[in-house]
Design a protein around this ligand. Structure first.
Ligand code: FRU
Length: 516
């Protein structure tokens, strides 16, 4: 039981480790030796694989058949911090040290299509050029019924496919003693170099020509053009090449148009190359040497292969369109994301601002309530103090000289209260009116007013004024449809909440209980 749990834990742990080894962003440097349609095809295939591997960035360089330039390009790719180098070394000797340098810096290296003479590479992927040369040789010998004169234009001197194709071709010819290899010259993979190489051969060979093997299709075509120009193309010479590209001027079409007799497919397979690269970078298992299949294209199968290729092109175009649509959708989604973030930030700012504003407003309200209560308290205390002071003065100066008869004094009192109430009534809606203002309007001192009001009503002027205000408010609440704030304001309260508090103290109910 225990050991099963351990196994499960170990399994999960190894799963975790293997998951975390996947790199999310991978930069792959692709160092191409030349710029031609074979390399373009490979490039497009590699680019297409990034549609399914969005974390992969490709950096392409092309040396235009210049080995020294390719050395420098490899060094600068290494300096860019690439995670893996794919390289087609122009020439074996001249590129080995640059590839070694990359490898020594810990960068995995995939040699693609061409080789170096060092063991410092992580994997090789390409067709078996020796087998290709051999396959062409046997085909040619069969067509020639085992005898005849053959000329060969080899690929760029010092590049591995050139020597391997040549070696394979010679190996095949060893089985046919009656076939004579009457001439050999190197080209540099271009059509023009094929033409020049053939002219060179013709300088010292003037015999019958039965077949020409070009190291690739372009050189085979150049050789054919040279023979035609020299009037030596009998019409039944066998022309063989390598690559069999399906594009407009590629070998597959040349065979279908009978400009070449045979070509060997030299596969690009950029998709497989990318899978190998990802396996290496992500630490998965991979084969060190990967050989891609080749086969011959002749007049019999060329048109079928071209048709199939058209279908592949259609599918690729469809994929490209899908990819650009997805790209546009991603852009639109990104824009929407930015807009949503902006709206959220804006809404957040507004709500922060509002909460500050509400808090400040509430603070102001409660401060003004406190202030109003304080003012009233201070006024009451002042009145009480003044009353006590006056009483003391009266006691000390006049003694108890209350001579007025009570009926007369009662009349006087009610007249005074009426006047007082009238004055207060006329200022009821003024929150700033003070006892001082009222006493001066009644031509009395504040202390006199206080004493008189207190003596007659038993309440201080402030209390009487507040009582009058609240009574009027009570009437307005019952008789009008004004809201509570408006009523509070009309009877001289600047704060509705303070008004509510005073109203409840006086009437033992809330304004809302009587409000219509
Ligand atoms: C393209 C090319 C092909 C040839 C191959 C050899 O650059 O010249 O025509 O088959 O390279 O590496």
């Amino acid at each position: 039981m225990k050991s099963r749990a351990t196994i499960i834990i170990l399994f999960l742990f190894s799963l975790l480790i293997s998951c975390s080894q996947e790199k999310e962003h991978i930069v792959i440097g692709v160092s191409q030796c030349s710029e031609d349609s074979w390399r373009q095809k490979l490039k497009q295939e590699l680019i297409m694989t990034t549609y399914f591997n969005p974390g992969v960035d490709l950096i392409f360089t092309s040396a235009n058949d210049d080995s020294e330039l390719q050395q420098r390009q490899i060094d600068s790719l290494v300096n860019c911090g690439i995670d893996l180098l794919i390289v087609s070394p122009n020439q074996v000797d001249l590129l080995s040290s640059a590839v070694d340098r990359a490898y020594d810096k810990g960068i995995p290296v995939i040699l693609f299509d061409r080789k170096i003479d060092s063991e410092k590479y992580t994997a090789f992927m390409g067709a078996d050029n020796f087998q290709i040369g051999k396959m062409i040789g046997h085909f040619m010998a069969t067509q020639l019924n085992g005898k005849g004169n053959v000329l060969e234009i080899g690929g760029l001197k010092g590049s591995s496919p050139a020597s391997e194709r040549h070696e394979g071709f010679i190996a095949a010819m060893e089985d046919y003693p009656d076939i004579n290899i009457a001439g050999f010259e190197h080209g540099d993979w271009t059509e023009e170099s094929g033409r020049l190489a053939m002219n060179k051969i013709l300088l010292h060979y003037d015999g019958r020509i039965d077949a020409v093997f070009g190291g690739n299709d372009r050189m085979a075509l150049g050789a054919r053009k040279a023979l035609q120009a020299a009037g030596k193309d009998s019409g039944d010479i066998i022309y063989a090449g390598v690559d069999a590209l399906p594009d407009e001027s590629g070998g597959m079409r040349l065979v279908s148009d009978s400009l070449l007799t045979v070509s060997a497919i030299y596969p690009t397979h950029g998709d497989e190359l990318m899978l190998l690269a990802l396996d290496i970078v992500n630490g998965r298992k991979f084969d060190k040497e990967v050989f891609m299949q080749s086969s011959l294209v002749t007049y019999d199968n060329a048109s079928v292969l071209l048709l199939q290729n058209e279908e592949i092109i259609r599918q690729s175009n469809y994929l490209r369109t899908m990819h650009s649509l997805t790209g546009r959708m991603q852009d639109a989604m990104e824009l929407q994301r930015v807009i949503i973030i902006l709206v959220l930030v804006f809404a957040l700012c507004i709500s922060v601002f509002l909460s500050f504003y509400v808090r400040a407003y509430r603070q102001k309200q409660s401060l003004s309530e406190e202030l109003q209560a304080q003012v009233e308290k201070v006024e009451r205390q002042r009145d009480e103090l003044e009353e006590q002071r006056d009483k003391l003065i009266e006691m000390s100066m006049t003694g108890n000289s209350d001579t007025e008869d009570s009926a007369e004094s009662q009349n006087k009192d009610s007249g005074f209260i009426l006047k007082f109430r009238n004055v207060v009534e006329s200022h009821l809606d003024d929150p700033d009116i003070s006892v001082d203002d009222i006493s001066s309007e009644l031509c009395m001192s504040r202390a006199q007013l206080y004493r008189k009001v207190k003596a007659v009503t038993g309440k201080s002027p402030v209390e009487v004024i507040r009582h009058m205000r609240l009574s009027k408010a009570d009437r307005l609440l019952a008789e009008t449809s004004l809201n509570i704030s408006e009523i509070a304001y009309r009877v001289g309260f600047s704060s509705a909440s303070y008004f509510t508090k005073c109203y409840r103290d006086q009437f033992n109910r809330l304004p809302t209980d009587v409000h219509r």
